[in-house]
Design a protein around this ligand. Sequence first.
Ligand SMILES: Cc1ncc(COP(=O)(O)O)c(C=O)c1O
Length: 433
Amino acid sequence: MNTQEILEKQKKYLWPNHLLYYTEPMPLDHGDGLYVWDTDNNKYLDFFAGILTTSVGHNHPKVTERVREQVGKLIHSSTLYPNENHVNLAEKIAEIAPGDLQTSYFTNSGTEADETAVILAKAYTGRQEVIALRHGYSGRSAIGMSLTGQAPWRIGGTQYPGIKHALNPYCYRCPLKLTYPECGVACAEDIEDLIRTTTSGQIAAFIAEPIQGVGGFITPPKEYFKIATDIVRRYGGLFICDEVQTGFGRTGDKWFGIEHWDVEPDIMTMAKGIANGLPMGNTITTEAIAQGIVDKGATISTFGGNPVSTAAALATIEVMEEEANPAHIAQVGARLREGLDQFKDKYPLIGDVRGMGLMQGVELVKDRQTKEPAPQEVVFLFEETRRRGLLIGKGGLYGNTIRIAPPLTATNAHVDEALAILDHALAAVHELS
Ligand SMILES: Cc1ncc(COP(=O)(O)O)c(C=O)c1O
């Protein structure tokens, strides 16, 4: 099928509210490592990795081979039957997860992983209220959309009861109009007020991403999670850490983002990069919490722990250990960050550069003084980078943040290639605006 035929069928048979990137949407045809090709055979360096998902690059031969092998053996079993890949993956994740997190429940997406985490926290504590963060993103189910702290992602105004949104640690646009570090991380302290004034005081959980992904790679100060989780635990709540974007080495140096803040979650969710693109979510918790709900009802998942997805995940983690471990990600990420920081000196359009490892955000503003968001410039930048063969992502409540997150197998050479394209594209946008 040619590009036009695909776009026509997309328009005719798929919901019109699918968010599509680029003025003229681009069907992708095939990929190899850090590169993808569209249906007109244009080649792109992929610095968004299918929304931070293709951890070890497109069609990594080891992942592909393991998937092929498993497809020829057994595609599906359901969670009614134990399976070798399922238990081995759970064991592997328990080895790399922080603290006492040891017991997994596999599902099929980040949404399901978060929903499962909230159900677990409610069942364990016997409480119903949950604290989430403004600008956060938790998925597209009823609970997921209600946890999400961004109006555009709550289709039809979906609201699930018992969820309250705390101020987020958005230092560039401090919700309290304060400046770090003199602020004393007052946004975290405010969680206590939120609990005391808007809940029964009996909360089940606090859910937060170490770095807010869809929110535009908003990166909390180093004291944030200790203050926030101390408060939450004082009120009997569990800490659910959403590692859907930050997990599996993405932030560099550590396997999971929260480890940078020296805080241990009670429950952690993961998805996206876990299986290099095969659908999977996981909700991991401590043995004590998992044991605490055994008499609260049984649970099944038709596709959870699927033999093919788990084979892909096992291969993905193996490849990461060989080619893209957290130390590699930190090193390549530092080079990317250095380049982006230099662009900030060069282009007044850039208001803020933030993130960790290979998860770097660039917020565009019309004026550094007023910080007025520049979403239209992001649209221009998308077209300019596309024209030059680079795929990037965007995010943020104001649609003005570029998200840069290549496969974790990216090398210094890939980073240099991306920075060179970005430099030219930023210069072109600078001319236009
Ligand atoms: C932090 C976070 N949690 C949950 C989700 C939902 O994941 P999925 O789209 O796989 O359902 C996302 C998706 O972007 C996410 O970024």
